[in-house]
Design a protein around this ligand. Structure first.
Ligand code: SF4
Ligand code: SF4
Length: 179
């Protein structure tokens, strides 16, 4: 398999520019509401602003991967003499805390970079951050080419020969449910 170019989308966070206005939370939850823009609730947002106004601390944090188990440690950060709360910058949706979970269903929330059709010029939270604390950036990276459908078929055939068709079908069905 050869290498192919893939577009990597990132949002650079300049926490010094964040004033805690929470516009990013409002627009993210509205953009992902069904129907779109029918409601807004920061608890459904995939970006949350971690705040400690008395110490003038505002840090936007994006929802990342779901973590099925709590981690064993609790990180504390001290930056410029200010201590930040345990788990303060963590992006995971995990069982230790309520953040990054859909309030009604409890399902994990994850930033999807506002994937939509037609695509947006920039993610909504970036467009709504008037302080430019969130800056959208794109770059290209070379990655291994994904297997073509016919190569996957050959791969599945080999697995079926080795483990039996039923077991392979079960595993594929389980993977489908996880997605
Ligand atoms: S919109 Fe920008 S300034 Fe406002 S809370 Fe979000 S990141 Fe901070
Ligand atoms: S990029 Fe889109 S999905 Fe991700 S936090 Fe911003 S508004 Fe929400």
């Amino acid at each position: 398999m050869g290498k192919v170019k893939r577009k990597i989308k990132t949002i650079r966070i300049d926490a010094d520019k964040c004033n805690g206005c929470r516009a990013c939370e409002v627009i993210c939850s509205a953009f992902h509401a069904t129907p779109k823009y029918s409601s807004n609730n920061p608890a459904r947002s995939r970006i949350r602003m971690m705040r400690d106004p008395l110490r003038d601390v505002f840090i936007p944090v994006y929802a990342g991967e779901y973590a099925p188990a709590e981690c064993m440690g609790r990180d504390k950060y001290v930056i410029d003499g200010k201590q930040y709360d345990e788990c303060g910058f963590c992006r995971a949706s995990c069982s230790s805390r309520e953040i990054f979970k859909e309030p009604d269903s409890g399902l994990p929330l994850k930033c999807d970079m506002c994937e939509s059709d037609p695509p947006l010029s920039e993610p909504m939270c970036v467009q709504w951050c008037l302080n430019h604390a969130l800056v959208y950036e794109e770059r290209e990276e070379e990655v291994e080419e994904s297997p073509k459908p016919e190569e996957m078929e050959i791969g599945l055939e080999a697995l079926a020969k080795k483990y039996g068709l039923e077991k392979v079908m079960d595993a594929v069905a389980r993977l489908g449910k996880k997605g």
